[in-house]
Design a protein. Sequence first.
Length: 298
Amino acid sequence: MRYNLPVFKKPYLLWCFLFLFASALHAQTLTLYSFPPPHPYKWRSPHSLLISTIRNYYTKTKYQPSRMLGHMVIELKKDTAVFLTGMVSDEISDMKNSLLKEKVGLGILYKLVKGHLEETSQVQAELTMRTALSKAAFISFKISDSAYHYLLAFIDSFKLRGYDSLYNGSNMPRAGKGSGCTAFGMSLLELINALLPEYSDKWAVHIKVPEKLIGDESAQKKVKLRRILFSFRWAGNDQPHRQLVLYEPYLIYNWVNDIWMTEHNRPGTRYTFLQVGGARGLLVDCSPCIPISPMFTR
């Protein structure tokens, strides 16, 4: 492709143009890939959540790993350099033991377990397969060069502090209080000032978990599955409860595809529509966003 550069009478205008031109050619991106679970989780009540969890636990898939909870993969890209990662649990197979033997009940939603950040080599093959087969959706954010390096520095510091070994818990990665895969992705958006209220509204589950359904092994408080099975509503405001805000891979996957269905080819949309293999994606320009500080909250 040939580019015809305009003639500038003032040298500083030429330098400004060349800077913007180079930035357009070498834009950096942060991309969040959402892998849906085998079946959608039903969050209408504790009962429906338990049934859908059991269904996903026993569903056999051709994908390895199966990602029964869904998953989020983070990509940072600059020119030809591509960095991939994602927070994963080292103890996902122990979920059955936690529910049946330890009887933690819905305390499993807050249980802190060992985890780690995946490396690019561990993620690349699965990402390629899932995008080819439409088993992923993504949203890309065009970011500044300073934001790109800031996020890389955060990920390095996250590992150095040992925070990457803490999975789930309070899902507060910047505070070192555990992180799921989606919470880690949201912390990156937060750091570059790109976490919009719309994302919390559309991508996250907001529920009040009754304290009576939250077991605690250290306090000898046990909750049998039968109790959850016959609980058909979440707690009211006047009942003892714990708030849960959980970004859900399926909700993000569904949201991206819904935007494609409703706004693709619509004039005036704020999204640029992308496609990788069979996977649909959106591009949002966040290059003017200024990273926030401090990087960590403790």
